[in-house]
Ligand binder design. Structure first.
Ligand code: ASP
Length: 311
């Protein structure tokens, strides 16, 4: 039996102690704890890494503090479109959705694409038609609306720029795309990522989060990775698969491979953000080149950690 391991993130960016009140900080840490609990319960009961990452991400999607599911950021046209993906390192199967609206838990729709269709990736109207065909739980626009997110859009709407929601400096602002990676007691790994994308994004813009190999990747021979950051850079750098390749072809450890990509590939071209990873031996790593990253991890021997800033 392999000692299980779980890591989660709730987004990276300009997250500095002076920008968060102690109350807000406590709420973030509690939300991260709850997600670790949701995934950890499954892993403790010898459940699968795939079930654990879905459960952890659902918990983060239901929490309006994070930019995924409820609390997703607004696009330029005032809509909220969400993207998500999930990958099972054991079977090599993957599922993804993008440009979806009103879906309560995008990560579960991504999993349904993986398990109920012969495809990997459904987008827009096709993804919504599929969601209706399987009776995926939906919510009214009001469920997803948060005043702070709307204010964030107002801040940047006329600038012609997109922004990681963590980088729009509004007091009491909300941060982050969410993700989870896990290694279960059978040594199988899985990864899941879910996001509302970038504030003020153009209608139809899709980032790295739903793209297998960029924002999400899992392979039992190497690792499971979930990313967060400025998606355009993560797409061009093919971040998650590159980390796996560095392990597979150059024999780097998980930590080395993640640091190589975060600091030597992303940072020089201006790609701000971070990523979480586990390997099939139960090692985990949480790496970011931004000021902070909402994050947490849990291991079979009971070690639990949640953190926000660079330590
Ligand atoms: N990577 C996400 C995107 O570009 C944003 C984020 O991680 O905050 O859509």
């Amino acid at each position: 039996m392999i000692p299980f391991s779980l890591a989660i993130h709730g987004g990276a960016g300009t997250i500095l102690p002076e920008l968060l009140t102690p109350e807000l900080e406590a709420r973030y840490l509690a939300a991260l704890e709850a997600a670790l609990e949701a995934g950890g319960l499954i892993l403790k009961a010898n459940g699968t890494a795939l079930d654990a990452v879905e459960a952890a991400v659902r918990s983060l999607e239901d929490e309006p503090l994070f930019n995924a599911g409820r609390g997703s950021v607004f696009a330029n046209d005032g809509s909220q479109e969400m993207d998500a993906s999930i990958m099972d390192g054991h079977s090599g199967r993957a599922g993804a959705v993008s440009a979806i609206r009103n879906i309560r838990n995008p990560i579960s729709l991504a999993r349904a694409v993986m398990e109920k269709t012969e495809h990997v990736y459904l987008t827009g109207k096709g993804a919504m038609d599929f969601a209706r065909s399987i009776d995926a739980p939906m919510e009214e626009d009001a469920y997803f609306y948060t005043e702070h997110r709307y204010q964030q859009l107002m801040e940047v709407r006329d600038t012609n720029q997109t922004a990681m929601d963590h980088n729009i400096i509004i007091p009491d602002k909300k941060f982050g795309t969410v993700g989870a990676v896990a290694c279960d007691s059978n040594g199988h790994v899985a990864a899941a990522t879910s996001t509302g994308g970038m504030t003020n994004k153009r209608w139809g813009r899709v980032g790295d989060s739903p793209v297998i190999g960029a924002g999400t990747y899992a392979n039992d021979r190497t690792c499971a990775i979930s990313c967060t950051g400025h998606g355009e850079y993560f797409l061009r750098t093919v971040v998650a698969y590159d980390i796996s390749c560095l392990m597979e072809y150059k024999n780097l450890t998980l930590q080395q491979a993640m640091e190589e990509v975060a600091f030597n590939k992303l940072q020089p071209v201006g790609g701000e953000g971070g990523m979480i990873g586990v390997d099939a031996k139960g090692n985990s790593a949480l790496v970011f080149n931004s000021a902070g990253m909402y994050r947490g991890s849990l291991t079979a021997n009971g070690d639990k950690m949640t953190a926000i800033y660079r330590i």
